[in-house]
Design a protein around this ligand. Structure first.
Ligand code: PGA
Ligand code: ZN
Length: 448
């Protein structure tokens, strides 16, 4: 194997799309090629995710004397930056950047905790990704090709989150994300155009009814609407207004982010903004697991809803089994908080028939190698994969390259709005142009 010597490692604090600090790292190889990467951040984080180290969480004994715990309301990442610029740098200098798996393994060992809580998954991931970028650069290859080789030609179908709710917006919609997927297009560029036209059509409809057209964290609109049925009515209208057929050209997907709604004491899901009274004046209803599954069944009967993410609470394996039995033959059931890009948790899902697809978020697990392993493991078991952004993003487009490199088939990266979201779509447009005839775009739900 060739040797590509790591000659420098450097990190700094930058800002993400919500104005919160995050970490950016640079790895230099052979003193010539520098790869740079930055780390996103979630709002509805799963409880089994790798640990994002924030300065407010740094324990007294490890505190630096400069008192960074109060900067940025505690959200600073100076300790994570320091961990890269001292310990991680020392560990990696002189190592071979081509040995990504070994580098990632060394980073995990150096951290020494199961959840990367000592050095911070944010510190580790920034370096892991920057290392791959530096290596790709030294070969003069785009990242997707460096990582995936000649087999990488599958353009992902976008899951475009055009209506935001839950913790991503301040409207009254309790489920988190309502998405459209342009499945009938014959290229990524055409798919993106269709989805974007639907997005604009939705804006026109909302504006014509004097509804709010301000957007949420992922660029989708965030109007006040009665419930998920009403949301899908609007999406249906928007698809038609744009000149497409719901169920044929465009299908729907949603992220319930049900862990955010789950109340452990009651063992039920609380919808603070829905109402059972016809006048709508008494707000707040509880749903049992069974009632929630029935709601999903009804939504699937009425609308071309083909994918539901985190339909239930992240620890409810039995509930997920039940949900998968009931709906898994006809729709995609994605585990996000359920699997947290963790191969061990994914294997539990595969063995138990809980969900049939996985959301891949690199910062949930903390290294490129482990995220890749999760994709490979899912693909082997016949689980579908969706590469995903976080609600707090940066201008980094690595998930676009990863989606192609790993032939994931689907990508979730928000609405076609806000540069933090469109940067990923634009990167995919460039990749598709580069792949030219070998690029493939296909409906992930067709049986052929
Ligand atoms: P998050 O949301 O990035 O805020 O966790 C995205 C998701 O739940 O898929
Ligand atoms: Zn999710």
């Amino acid at each position: 194997m060739n040797y590509l010597k790591i000659t420098d490692v450097h990190a700094r604090e930058i800002l993400d799309s919500r104005g919160n600090p995050t970490i950016e790292a640079e790895v230099t190889v052979d003193e010539r090629y520098t790869g740079r990467a930055s780390v996103p951040s979630g709002a509805s984080t799963g409880m089994f995710e790798a640990v994002e180290l924030r300065d407010a969480d740094v324990k007294d004994d490890d505190r630096d004397s400069c008192g960074y715990q109060t900067r940025y309301y505690g959200k600073g990442v100076l300790q994570a930056v320091k961990n890269v610029n001292t310990e991680i740098k020392k560990c990696l200098l002189g190592r071979n950047a081509l040995e990504q798996a070994l580098i990632d393994h060394m980073l995990c060992t150096l951290d020494g905790t199961p959840n990367k809580g000592r050095l911070g998954a944010n510190a580790i991931l920034a370096v892991s990704m920057a290392c791959a970028r530096a290596a790709a650069k030294s070969y003069g290859l785009p990242l997707y090709m460096y990582l995936g080789g000649a087999q990488s030609h599958q353009m992902p179908v976008p899951m475009m989150n055009i209506l935001n709710g839950g913790v991503h917006a301040s409207n009254n919609i309790d489920f988190q994300e309502f998405m459209i997927m342009p499945t009938s297009a014959d290229s990524f560029a055409e798919g993106l155009r269709i989805g974007t036209e639907v997005y604009h059509a939705l804006k026109k409809i909302l504006a014509s009814e004097n509804k709010v057209t301000a957007v949420g964290d992922e660029g989708g609109f965030a109007p006040d609407l009665k419930d998920s049925f009403e949301v899908f009515e609007y999406l249906t209208k928007a698809v038609k207004k744009a000149g497409y057929t719901p169920g044929k050209d465009v299908v729907f997907a949603m992220d319930a982010a049900a862990s955010e709604l789950y109340q452990k004491d009651a063992g039920m899901y609380y919808f603070p903004n829905e109402s059972r009274s016809p006048s709508g004046d008494t707000k707040g209803i509880m749903r049992s697991t069974e009632e929630l599954i029935e709601l999903y069944e009804k939504l699937c009967e009425k609308y071309p809803l083909k994918s539901i993410e985190d339909g239930l609470y992240e620890e409810d394996w039995d509930g997920f089994k039940k949900l998968t039995k009931r709906l898994g033959d006809t729709i995609q059931l994605v585990g996000d908080d359920l699997f947290v890009t963790n191969t061990e948790r994914l294997n539990k899902g595969i063995e138990n028939g809980a969900a049939n697809a996985i959301l891949i978020k690199v910062n949930q697990i903390g290294t490129l190698t482990e995220a890749t392993e999760a994709v490979r493991c899912a693909q082997k078991a016949g689980f579908r994969c969706v590469l995903s952004h976080r609600s707090g993003e940066t201008e980094d487009t690595i998930i676009a390259d990863l989606a192609v490199a790993l032939n994931a088939g689907q990508i979730k990266t928000g609405a076609p709005c806000r540069t933090d979201r469109t940067a990923k779509y634009n990167r995919l447009l460039r990749i598709e142009e580069e792949l030219h005839y070998s690029a493939e775009y296909k409906n992930p739900f067709s049986r052929h």
